[in-house]
Design a protein around this ligand. Structure first.
Ligand code: AMP
Length: 256
């Protein structure tokens, strides 16, 4: 339900100069039959990240030109101001909730409002070590092909994770499975869960613990575990290719 409105908001925000896409070019990197997609930042990318004070919360208050819609009574749907994928939506809590506390039924209800098509990909970066840059609760949504979809859905990833298959997404079932996985992998804590990612499609949910958010200067959040990488230059592409993409993912996850 957010996507048509999001496109209108994108058009307006681009005209107003408030949406600042990170310009990239896609490069394929084949490994073990998987065509990973590397998004190489182009030299003419206009985004300049200026340091913000530590207490600055971009979601409270949010930039009104990023507003797409309410998402139930407790969340808003915003555009990601610095997108690589477009549209890139954020489902943010209206009040401050720590990103590292466990997801709730309301979070899943709001998140699922964005799943109106088979190509919707949801992800969650649970804490800094899992790739989160913001401490305020936000689930994320993009529409993208996932290079690792087959490997994931066949349960073939070589690091600790839990995978649940679905015919259709039901928020109560998702919450139950999420809790089971979090407890089972020792990630749950009432105040501050250990670092983890959630990857959610219309057919499955995967939850994995994380040990690091970067390796050799290459950053990894939940998106990387779908097979997409953001790289700064040719050197980082070569680095990944030499090190091995799956090895990189293993290094930032937890051994089985
Ligand atoms: P994460 O880095 O996974 O915690 O996701 C937070 C996202 O918020 C990042 O991808 C940023 O690009 C995005 N972001 C940062 N500042 C703003 C803002 N003022 N409005 C909307 N999105 C933002």
């Amino acid at each position: 339900m957010f996507w048509p409105k999001a496109q209108q908001v994108i058009d307006q925000a681009l005209l107003a100069g408030t949406l600042l896409p990170i310009s990239t070019e896609p490069k394929a990197l084949r490994e073990e039959g998987v065509d990973y997609i590397l998004h190489k930042i182009t030299t003419n990318s206009t985004v300049k990240f200026s340091p913000k004070p530590a207490e600055f919360n971009p979601f409270l208050p949010y930039d009104s030109s990023m507003y797409v819609s309410d998402a139930g009574s407790d969340h808003v749907c915003l555009l990601n101001k610095f997108p690589v994928f477009s549209p890139h939506l954020l489902i943010c809590s209206k009040t401050f909730v720590k990103q590292t506390t466990a997801l709730t039924q309301q979070d899943f209800d709001a998140w699922l409002m964005g799943f109106d098509d088979d190509d919707v990909f949801g992800f969650y970066n649970g804490g800094k070590t899992a790739g989160a840059s913001q401490p305020h609760r936000h689930m994320q949504l993009v529409k993208a092909e996932l290079p690792l979809a087959e490997v994931i859905s066949q349960g073939k990833l070589p690091f600790t994770h839990r995978l649940f298959h679905y015919q259709q997404l039901d928020p109560q079932t998702l919450l139950q499975d999420y809790k089971t996985a979090m407890l089972d992998m020792g990630l749950f804590d009432e105040y501050e869960c250990k670092a983890y990612n959630v990857l959610l499609t219309s057919r499955w949910m995967m939850i994995l613990p994380r040990s690091a958010n970067k390796k050799d200067g290459i950053f990894a959040n939940a998106i990387n575990y779908s097979g997409h990488f953001l790289v700064k230059n040719e050197e980082q592409m070569e680095q990944l290719s030499e090190h091995g993409v799956m090895q990189f993912l293993k290094d930032c996850a937890i051994a089985t």
